[in-house]
Design a protein around this ligand. Structure first.
Ligand code: DC
Length: 211
């Protein structure tokens, strides 16, 4: 039986942490859909192609392999910015739809997080969450994460990259980041990870128990 949890929200809101923990808790599979766009963006950067080259980005998306998602350079700011650029291309998005849709429908349940999961990829998801937090809180979390990994950056640089990326993701024509009408909002600004997870588990339990 399939059971789909769709989680959307802006950058560094805690979606990934909640999604992974929910998947563990319920024994569901987990897909971080941002990694797909990050892997495509990374390939464009590696090939020194401009981030406006739709034809090249599409070729990279069509040739994407699961091993491309395992690279350790997908989480830096340069890759995030490239991901947001290729994610604004309708053809790139189309090339990645069927993989995401079939992952969502797999037997045993699935959690997917991204920007358009509850609106475009899984409009009929069993549970939809929109996870957010204030810009300052999100930038602080991402800054700490990047610094811990040895990235030489500043809070201000992280905040302005995050704002630019959110604006691009929310304002694009295709599949913009937006809260689905039937998504439950979780604002993690003043929540611990444990509190945020408990809130998410509560929401899922309401539907899962009756599924
Ligand atoms: O979730 P993330 O920060 O790793 O995503 C990186 C970029 O990929 C993000 O800025 C927008 C894009 N993205 C998207 O457009 N749709 C998704 N479902 C997931 C990510």
């Amino acid at each position: 039986m399939s059971f789909t949890v769709a989680i959307d929200g802006p950058a560094a809101a805690g979606k990934g942490t909640i999604a992974r923990a929910l998947a563990d808790h319920f024994g569901f599979a987990y897909l971080d859909t941002g990694l797909l766009y990050r892997a495509v963006g990374r390939k464009v950067l590696d090939a020194d192609q401009p981030l406006t080259d739709t034809v090249f980005a599409l070729k990279m998306a069509q040739g994407l392999h699961e091993s491309d998602l395992l690279r350790d350079d997908l989480r830096n700011m340069e890759t995030a910015t490239a991901a947001s650029a290729v994610a604004a291309m309708g053809d790139v998005r189309k090339a990645l739809v069927s993989f995401q849709k079939s992952f969502a429908k797999r037997d045993g349940g699935a959690v997917l997080d991204g920007r358009d999961i509850g609106t475009v990829i899984c409009p009929d998801a069993d549970v939809k969450l929109f996870v957010t937090a204030s810009e300052d809180v999100r930038a602080e979390r991402r800054y700490k994460e990047l610094s811990a990994k040895g990235d030489d950056t500043s809070f201000d640089a992280v905040l302005s990259a995050l704002k630019a990326r959110d604006a691009q993701d929310a304002k694009r024509d295709v599949a913009p980041m937006v809260q689905a009408d039937d998504a439950v909002l979780i604002d993690t600004s003043n929540m611990s990870i444990a509190d945020a997870l408990a809130a998410a588990v509560d929401v899922v339990n309401k539907t899962y128990k009756s599924a």
